[in-house]
Design a protein around this ligand. Structure first.
Ligand SMILES: Nc1ncnc2c1ncn2[C@@H]1O[C@H](COP(=O)(O)OP(=O)(O)OP(=O)(O)O)[C@@H](O)[C@H]1O
Ligand SMILES: [Mg+2]
Length: 375
């Protein structure tokens, strides 16, 4: 039997799998993964933004180090590209322990998980990405492992099968999920610390960009970084990706320096608008507004209309569209807000939008329909 850790690990790229509409991520793939790992922060001090999660996690880790015991199990949740995997790896390096990585969909049988757990060294970190996709029998095995550091290994089949309890080394489970709502109650309750990752402020993204530009050897002006940050949908992965595309443009069409003009021209070329919406985001909004009269419409129908998987629309596009105040999720379906009609240059329908709570949608700074930065 091959060691369970040999299977293809990180589902990172799966979560944001380049959609047919995303001109920027269509060029991603292997290069993306290599650069992404080169740009990952390696310590909490290096990790930009998420002040609440970072401070709380710092305390959890410091407390555990002082007690000489592995910290509580950690669940990190939030949309793709906000730094969950980065934080999981940082937890390992802050604790000075090994991080074994797998993902929910890769654990098909509970035996795979049992083998992984019994291979953990004392204090190791087990990182399970996309933990909400773990198979149910494996999840049940995980309960006991998390609580008692014990697994039941079933020997034999049928009525003669017996469960032999096996001690495992104390470890810390770090789970990451883009869909905390899909986690079962019993699993969620077994995490001692839950970090909810938030979208980044433009100023924080500028820090991410400055750090990445230095690592990539790109000359980036303040105004250039502001332009990219404002179009990065509050997401470091997107900021880094746009930086690389803008760098290409700067090298080929200009003198290599990323100024505001260069960033603007490059991002226009890549169909990234001034709010940071790419072609898929715009296609979703356009379908909602133009084909379904602003909604309400179910996410499955919306996904068919844009030729994408419902989960891509739900996990990749919608969180930001909601936070940007362009789309609302209602019990009857998705509804375009007034801002969405205006953003697409469409007259807002008379009689208003069929939703009273749209104005209550939280706004992320820098995601209003106004221009984000002064020229
Ligand atoms: N706080 C941060 N500071 C600097 N760079 C960051 C930060 N967070 C994320 N990044 C950058 O963004 C990239 C994506 O982050 P990461 O892979 O950790 O996201 P994720 O939340 O795990 O996404 P997914 O849900 O798709 O797995 C990283 O490679 C890193 O370069
Ligand atoms: Mg990840």
């Amino acid at each position: 039997m091959s060691a369970p850790f040999d299977r293809p690990l990180l589902a990172e790229s799966d979560a944001v799998g380049p959609g047919p509409f995303d001109a920027v991520s269509a060029q991603a793939g292997d290069e993306e993964r290599v650069v992404e790992s080169a740009l990952r922060p390696h310590s909490l001090a290096d990790f930009i933004g998420q002040p609440k999660v970072a401070r709380q996690l710092d305390l959890v880790l410091e407390g555990a180090k002082r007690r000489g015991r592995p910290p509580d199990h950690v669940l990190l949740s939030g949309p793709p590209g906000l730094g969950k995997t980065s934080l999981a790896l940082i937890i390992g390096s802050e604790l000075g322990t090994a991080v074994k990585i797998t993902s929910g969909p890769a654990i098909e049988r509970s035996g795979d998980l049992a083998a992984m757990l019994s291979n953990l060294g004392p204090g190791d970190v087990l990182f399970i990405d996309e933990i909400h996709r773990i198979a149910r029998p494996a999840e049940e095995l995980l309960y006991m492992a998390m609580e008692d550091f014990r697994v039941d290994v079933v020997v034999g089949k049928g009525p003669g099968a017996t469960a032999i309890p096996l001690e495992i080394n104390p470890f810390t489970l770090v789970g990451a999920t883009t869909r905390a709502g899909l986690l079962t109650g019993p699993l969620r309750d077994r995490f001692g610390f839950v970090g909810q990752m938030e979208f980044y402020e433009p100023a924080e993204l500028q820090l991410v960009l400055a750090r990445s530009a230095a690592l990539l050897g790109v000359e980036l002006t303040e105004a250039g970084s502001a332009e990219i940050a404002g179009r990065s949908r509050g997401t470091p992965r997107i900021a880094n990706r746009l930086l690389r595309r803008v760098r290409d443009y700067a090298e080929v069409k200009a003198d290599g320096r990323v100024t505001r003009q260069v960033a603007e021209a490059a991002l226009a070329l890549y169909d990234v608008d001034h709010l940071g919406l790419d072609r898929l985001d715009r296609a979703v909004l356009e379908a909602l507004v133009m084909r379904f009269g602003g909604g309400p419409v179910g996410v499955a129908t919306l996904a068919v209309a844009v030729g994408e998987e419902p989960h891509t629309v739900e996990e990749v596009c919608e969180p930001f569209l909601v936070r940007a105040g362009l789309l609302a999720r209602t019990p009857r379906g998705r509804v375009a807000t007034e801002a969405a009609w205006r953003h697409l240059g469409q007259p807002v329908p008379r009689g208003g939008i069929p939703l009273g709570s749209v104005t209550a949608v939280p706004q992320v700074p820098g995601t209003s329909a106004e221009p984000l930065f002064d020229a």
